[in-house]
Ligand binder design. Sequence first.
Ligand SMILES: [Zn+2]
Length: 415
Amino acid sequence: MWIGSNSRDLKVLNRLLVRDMIRKLGPIARYEIARETGLTPSTVTVIVAELLQAGVIKEVGHGASSGGRRPILLELNPRAAHVFVIRLQRGELMTAIFDLAKNILAERYCQLDTDDPDQVVEAIGADFEDLVQETQIDLDNILWCGVACPGLVSSHRGVVQRSSNLGWVRVPLSALISKRLGGIPVQVENISNAAALAEKEYGLGHGHKHLVFVNLSVGIGAGIVADGEIYGGVRGYAGELGHMILLAENGPRCACGRQGCFEAVCGARAVIQRARAVIPDEVFLEHGITKEKLTLADLRSSPLADSPEVRALIQETGCFIGVMVANLVSLLNPEMVILGGELSTLGEPLLQAVRSEVEARTLEEIGGNISIQISDMRGSAPLMGAYALALDRIFSLEEWDGHQVQARWQYGVTG
Ligand SMILES: [Zn+2]
């Protein structure tokens, strides 16, 4: 699994080994590190002293005594490094700076009135400067940037090959953002894949190796975790659930140019549009809601939520989603399906419709034990996924390109 160059010597490797052990098993005592790594106690003592001095790890009290003195416990210093994280959706930008212990130190949310890549990147850059100013974190201490974004993403090249929602074709997003951030390396991933990763690491899917996250937003996509890893297909584009065909004939036109796509029927905007069409004008009038300003929040709360038209609409939408989820379940045989995105905020009525549809449309052995739930991740699953990706990169043993602090961090010391 060692992929780096040969120039890094044994001492460096040992230092990384100790740092990773503390990261994974901390709080941990020196003698336990020696036992787990097979290094001699004196080697561990020297390395721990170096890591402590560099601020990478810290002492956090004493462990239980096994006869002698109580050992000092060590853990990773959550402020030893930071990551900048971005969730991009059509019309929305969410950014945050995290420490190494999943804490959001500062965040921004804004509506975007442009899809132009340069202007979006400029908005990201402005947020970044703002967040750095607010947190007073040294720029050298922000090691990676993780991005969750819609569309077909070549994550190893950092290119958004196509996003019908953003109207992007072949946008080199990693390079654009990295340049705007002064050279910080950037990892871009599809928004549903990022969310699936977050659920697996930190959410309802924790401990599960086979799960599907269905992102029900303006666009719809699925992130597939198969055998513990994101399943991307040959180019990383797998999971384009939103453009699977739901209505083969006379379906509504989709942003991708085709007809009858799942997203064109059940995407957040499509559902709002259908609601405008089915709710009688007098109901809008009676409750003082402007038809043009209708939102999903109106549909899930009184008085509209109680109207028979809205109930039927949510039921119908849940059935459509259930059909697609049933197909996914038959194809992939996951342990669990997690529904997220704006539409999932319609809650229990939607969930019940999805569950009964899946039950009715799958073989009992496949669909009988499946857990279908609405994401309960606080904050945003895609944002947390982008964080997980960035974290993964900074602890990766692969060497990075072109970032001035990579050597110091990757060799186990910052400074
Ligand atoms: Zn489509």
